[in-house]
Design a protein around this ligand. Sequence first.
Ligand code: BGC
Length: 490
Amino acid sequence: MKLFFLLVCLFIERGTPLCQKCFPSDFLWGTATSSYQIEGAWNISDKGENIWDWFVHTYPENITNQGNGDIASDFYHHYEEDIDLMANLSAQVYRMSLSWARILPNGKRDYISEEGVNFYKTIFEKLRSKNIEPVVTIYHWELPMTMHELGGWVNPEMADYFADYASVCYELFGSYVKYWVTVNEPYMQCIQGYGSGIHAPGITDTGVADYQCLYAQLLAHAKAYHIYNDTFKATQNGTVGIALVSQWYEPLTDSEEDKLAVERGMQWMWGLQMNPIIYGNWPQIVIDRIGNFSIAQGLNSSRLPEITQKDTALIKGSFDFVGLNYYTTFYASAMTENISDISYNSDRGIIQSSDKNWVLGANTWLHDVPSGLRKILKWISINYRSPRILITENGWSDLPEVVNDTERINYIQGHTCSLLQAKYVDQVDVFGYIYWSLTNSFEWKTGYSEGFGLIQIDFNSPNRTRTPRASYYYYKNLIETNCLKHCAFR
Ligand code: BGC
């Protein structure tokens, strides 16, 4: 019978009520951005410099076409237009981030910028007037330079500075915010900013500083979580989570080695971030392998910082919900061990590849593989005690000039269908979907050469003209109907 309906849905009655699948009425829909990628106004009034300001100005050649976020989409001056566009989309939530150095110019709470605070309060007021709930990321990669000068994320004391900053945010903006996200993607910032060095602050110390950074960011997250819970939750009644990125891995072949490579791929990405939060420590396979490699490399102790009992007490259970940023899937196969190479890649020991049949976006890594979203959601649910999950990012990149963006529509359709299957068939507790991104923006290393936006921006025009793409209207219809027309359940 099930097969019958499936065949009917697939071949005959696509789009009829038989095949239409709806999301729960309280399911949250929205779009996301981050402060450095959109705001511009990098040195307005008393705003402090952050590591991205410094990085793009010091090493302009590191960014495609020497792009930078000095003006970006100039959200600082165009926020009204963008919030109107969100309202017209019928979005219920907006995931945004706060710029630490705009609020605390020297990183510390002893000096608070009135203009910075007023800017965000104006945004929150405007969102409120449009009934859009903010999902606020406290930190999306733009560490104040003053903090970097104190050692940045390789210094575990950063966790205390971050907790101070977070408590300023709760105090100032808590009456507007029900969903806080402490840190965006510790993995990406640490591996790319402190390991490979392709992101700010450009530190190349793979296999060492990247793990130290992860450790400090987990502590930072946990401290910020507890401050909210202990001091603000009773009056503000919000929730606190963290946004973790992960791709999904499939084994390249059926060999045992490749299956183990998949396990390492997942543990060196998702596990490094999530295992401490659920179980209080790094994944055992990560502890063992890095520990053994470190000894073989002649070191006295593991390159992986120890999570002490005191840390465990702080980190374990420090979340109300978990944000998942899922973009794509890779094949994993085993890499030949090279013990003399101290690096994250050697520790992980996998080779990543992609399927030639997967549609590729405008960069080197993003393939459209919706099945990966369903699989990772199910895997997380089974292995990490069924956390409450919000999709905090999922998005497609194409060339900035494309307006009739059918590939993006396909991507959203496929991924939201996977999400529904995960929710209804696999019983995953996922309560919302936030598309990345509302507009095209500064895409870090690749500058403005690609765009994830539902809305295109003319970065050459002084007023940064906004043009909704075809996907904007597709997504609007999806949000308003709350149902998918073509989504057969398997
Ligand atoms: C980041 C975003 C970024 C997106 C697309 C995510 O890892 O959080 O800032 O724009 O990926 O690359």
